[in-house]
Design a binder for this molecule. Structure first.
Ligand SMILES: Nc1ncnc2c1ncn2[C@@H]1O[C@H](COP(=O)(O)OP(=O)(O)OP(=O)(O)O)[C@@H](O)[C@H]1O
Length: 357
């Protein structure tokens, strides 16, 4: 009896120690540590400990980091399991967060980044949709190898999204021949975006990623005003011209009071496959300086990389290919997800009404 008591006491001490280590664990994904209510159970079994967490944001990939850190701290094998369950706070219908992916300039890799971030969020345990609103060149169908797909309808009023890689996608490219859309004016374009958003059967989504048309003109501004988004991400390259346009993007989102979650510097540098040297082909420090100047986080510096280009052009899922380059998207997705969670905690909820005008 005495022996058992001692054993339980020892187990409880260990559990307490793990709990305190978890609450003290801080990084960019867990800026305030791991809250005790996210810990489902800590189970001690002879030589190993299992910790089950349910996180309110998509960060499953933190599992290994947490397991390693705890194992080292308590001096025995600790295995962390993570489930994702976002709070039932809906931004619009059954969609918890809408995130706009924008760029000041075309061709900087906005759609590629949008698709890979969607895949990364989904891989981290979230329910994800992608809405391709890029009227100038809808590329989401081709990025998801869905170019020949046609959305179906059950009630002749709403459309079912196409599901690829577990992600629900809807694109202006499924509905309108490419040459029609480029001549659209602001109201038509924003009307189309509204329709795609409203008339698609998204079901329950944790994140809806919207691939916006490049640029910062009236069309983009009107579209931004029409979508009840949680925030925007701006994709840029380090080139001066792209940075200048990205700056206009920051100004546009500031004008409509939409929080800018951060900048993503794409094609940031090139790592030589022979010698491993980093070359700043399109310029150096531009993204960092822009981020500092405007007080927005620089969330990722994604290299110019052949695997990214090949996967995107072949409509393949880069993130299931176990390549190092995918880490940029995983890490960025976790940070965004965590930021949106903390943003929701600090923002009062409002009812959003979308009109067709
Ligand atoms: N980090 C990268 N490394 C290598 N190639 C990339 C990278 N990012 C994007 N690309 C390639 O660059 C090209 C343009 O990318 P993408 O279509 O995503 O740009 P965009 O900004 O969405 O363009 P648009 O203005 O037409 O919408 C594509 O061929 C894509 O494969």
């Amino acid at each position: 009896m005495f022996g058992l008591n001692k054993l339980f006491k020892k187990d409880n001490q260990l559990k307490q120690q793990i709990l305190s280590q978890l609450t003290a664990f801080k990084n960019s994904v867990f800026p305030l540590g791991i809250e005790p209510q996210w810990v489902n159970c800590i189970e001690v079994k002879s030589a190993a400990v299992t910790v089950d967490l349910t996180l309110p944001f998509a960060a499953n990939a933190q599992r290994q980091l947490l397991s390693d850190a705890l194992s080292e701290q308590v001096g025995m094998q600790v295995e962390v399991n993570i489930q994702t369950q976002l709070p039932k706070h809906y931004q619009y219908k059954k969609i918890k967060h809408i995130v706009l992916i924008a760029s000041g300039k075309g061709g900087v890799g906005k759609s590629t980044t949008a698709a890979n971030l969607a895949l990364a969020l989904s891989d981290q345990g979230a329910e994800v949709g992608v809405l391709d609103a890029d009227i100038y060149g809808p590329s989401i169908p081709s990025l998801f190898d869905a170019i020949d797909e046609q959305p179906t309808t059950q009630d002749n009023k709403t459309l079912n999204p196409i599901v690829k890689e577990g992600i629900k996608i809807q694109s202006i490219g499924f509905l309108v021949p490419a040459d029609n859309a480029t001549v659209w004016r602001g109201p038509m374009a924003s009307q189309a975006l509204n329709q795609l958003l409203n008339e698609t059967q998204w079901g329950e989504l944790d994140y809806l990623i919207v691939d916006m048309p490049p640029g910062t003109g009236d069309i983009q501004l009107t579209m931004t005003q029409k979508v009840p988004a949680s925030g925007a991400l701006i994709v840029t390259t380090p080139q001066d011209l792209a940075l200048l346009d990205a700056q206009k993007g920051i100004a546009m989102f500031n004008q409509v009071n939409l929080p800018i979650l951060g900048l993503i510097e794409n094609m940031s540098h090139y790592i030589c496959t022979h010698c491993g040297e980093k070359n700043h082909i399109f310029g150096h420090l531009g993204g960092e300086q822009l981020a500092v100047r405007h007080g927005v986080p620089l969330l990722a510096q994604i290299p110019l990389n052949i695997q990214i280009r090949e996967a995107s052009e072949q409509g393949q899922n880069l993130l299931t290919q176990h390549v190092d380059i995918a880490e940029h998207y995983f890490s960025c997705a976790q940070t965004i997800s965590s930021m949106l969670y903390y943003q929701t905690l600090s923002t009062p909820t409002v009812d959003i009404v979308i009109t067709d005008d």
